[in-house]
Write a protein of this length. Structure first.
Length: 244
């Protein structure tokens, strides 16, 4: 790559790869303040198309900051780069989040990732990203093949039926009790374990019981799992109706 840089105010000449992470307004704001005092110290890196358009491989936040200020964008061209370079370079400069990985594969038309991206948007107002990804994972494992690993490798498969059952149960418990502990990752993961271990787990029965029985959340999934079973089994006399 050349050591010199070019600059232009022709902002429409720049385009983005689908693989670029979602622009953070907070990060752009920080760069704007930095540019006001020090200018754009690091040029953005682009791939130049035959039609002259510049595809931003690294530096989309710098681009938006310069454009916001109406200043020329400093850039360098490196045509040895491609769409794969976006992930590599963004990971070096600013770590790719799991949601960034989901959106990356969704942009490549992977059906499971498109569904997961939409589900994340539906649920993230109440839940953090990690439990959403885990409970909707078809082949969730806690070892090296965890849901996060599958996301990054592009091998993630989604189970919408199981996932919605777990999330809707947590939401119904919260609506019944006003207890936000039901929305925490530990509680959601414990519910996942209960529903997985006990195919006869009756959601309606559990939701009804949490109205009258205090739910205590613990720092471990195992203890929270035991708490869920304790509530589920409360006042149940027949052994065949109890879960263990």
């Amino acid at each position: 790559m050349n050591n010199f840089y070019l600059k232009t105010k022709e902002y429409n000449n720049f385009q983005f790869y689908n693989d670029n992470r979602t622009v953070s307004e907070h990060h752009v704001e920080k760069l704007v303040n930095s540019f006001i005092n020090d200018g754009q110290l690091v040029p953005i890196i682009c791939y130049k198309l035959q039609n002259g358009k510049l595809i931003i491989v690294d530096g989309q936040h710098r681009f938006h900051a310069a454009k916001f200020l109406g200043r020329p964008v400093k850039y360098q061209v490196d045509n040895s780069l491609n769409s794969e370079s976006v992930t590599v370079m963004n990971t070096i400069h600013k770590k790719f989040t799991i949601e960034d990985w989901v959106k990356r594969y969704a942009s490549h038309k992977k059906e499971d990732y498109i569904k997961l991206s939409n589900i994340i948007e539906d649920y993230k107002g109440n839940f953090s990203i990690t439990p959403i990804i885990e409970v909707f994972c078809l082949n969730y494992k806690s070892d090296g093949n965890s849901s996060n690993t599958q996301i990054k490798l592009g091998t993630y498969k989604i189970d919408t039926i199981k996932g919605h059952k777990i999330m809707s149960t947590a939401l119904r418990c919260f609506e019944q009790t006003g207890n936000r502990d039901f929305l925490k990752a530990i509680a959601v993961k414990a519910l996942r374990k209960c529903i997985k271990d006990h195919p006869n787990f009756e959601v309606k029965r559990f939701v009804h019981k949490v109205k009258n029985k205090k739910f205590n959340i613990y720092s471990s999934i195992v203890d929270t799992y035991a708490e869920i079973l304790k509530i589920y089994n409360f006042n149940v006399k027949a052994d065949h109706m109890r879960l263990s």
